[in-house]
Write a protein that binds this ligand. Sequence first.
Ligand code: NAP
Length: 337
Amino acid sequence: MILRHGVDLAARHTLALPGRAARFASIDDAAQLTAPELRETPRFVLGGGSNLVLNGDFDGLVVHMAIPGRRLLTEDADAWYVAAGAGENWHDFVQWTLAQGWPGLENLSLIPGTVGAAPIQNIGAYGLEIAERFHSLTAWDFEKQAFFTVDRDACRFAYRDSMFKQEGWHLNGRVAITAVVFRLPKAWTANLRYADVAQELAAQRIAAPTPRDIADAIVAIRRRKLPDPATTPNAGSFFHNPVVDAARAAALAAAHPGLPRYPQADGRVKLAAGWLIEQAGWKGRNLGPVGMYEKQALVLVNCGGATGADVRRTMAAVQAAVRDKFAVDLTPEPIFL
Ligand code: NAP
C-alpha cells in the first residue's frame, strides 16, 4: 500500500469536478487496511466515484477500494452463492455472472460504480434492488480496527438506503466494505415490471426473454436515455424519488394531471422526481456549466468546467422550482465531499 499526496480526484469520480486529496491510498488487498497510516481522519472511502459531488480539495485521506476477485463460493439446491471483491466494476461483475449461467442481477446491468459501493445505497433499477440478491458482506471498521461480516437483515436495506447510510458511515469513512456475497436463486423468472423493459423486448419481438436478453435490453435503454460519464460527466439519478402519503399524492394528481404515481407496500406513494423536474421546466436547462440532462431530467450533468459550487447552485435552483410548483422537497442522492 502506497500513500500518495496531492492526488487529483477529477478523473476518479464521474462528475469530473476539480479537487485534490491531501493523502490517497489505493487498497487492492483487504490486509492493507490494517496499516497505521490509514487511521487518519477525516477519511473518505472511495469506490467508482459514481455517486459523489466534490466540493473542492479534500484535506484528509481518501481510501480507494480496488480489491479484485470474483468466484463461486458454494451452491445448494436453491441458489448459487457468488463472492466479489469491493473493487470489481459492478457492470462487469453482473455480465460475468450471466456468462457463468447464474442469472438474477440482469436488471441491474450498466449501473456505474463498484461492487463494494452497491450495498451502501442498495442500488436499484427496473424493479430490482440488490437487497433481493444480497447474502452478506465483509467490511473493515477503522475505529474498532477489526473486520466484521453482516447478513442481509443486519444491513437494514430500504429504498436507496442501508445501515451504512443510517449510521453515517458513508460520510465519515468509518467503514470500508471489502467483499460482498450474493445469493442468486436457481429458480429464475423474468422481471419485466418496468414498462421500458417490456417495450424494448416487444420491439425486438422477444416473447420469452432469457436473462441475457433482459440485460441487453436494459443496456440498450440505458445507453439511449442516460449520458455516458466518459463524455458527459454526471452522477446518475441526482435526486431521490419523493415518497408522500396517499392523500397528498391524490391532491397533487388532481392539480397536475398525468402525475406518475407508484403505490408502495406501506400505503404511501412514490412520485417520479424526473417528471417533477421536467414539469418545473428544468429538463435540458442549464445554470452556468451545470444542467439537467435533455433526455432524462433526473440526471444532473457537468457541461464542462463545473465546480462543486456550480453543482450546488443548479441543485438549489431545481429544488426551488419543484418546491414552488408542487410543494415537494427533493433530496439529493449523491454524497457531498
Ligand atoms: P422511468 O422508467 O422513466 O420511471 C421514472 C420513475 O418512476 C423511476 O425512477 C421509477 O422509480 C418509477 N417507476 C417506473 N416504473 C415503475 C414501476 N413499474 N414500479 C415502480 N416504480 C416505477 O425511470 P428512469 O429514470 O428511466 O430509470 C429507470 C430505472 O433505472 C429506475 O429504476 C431508476 O431508479 C434506475 N436508475 C437509477 C439510477 C441511480 O443512479 N440510482 C440512475 C439511473 C436509473 P425507481 O427509481 O424507484 O425505480
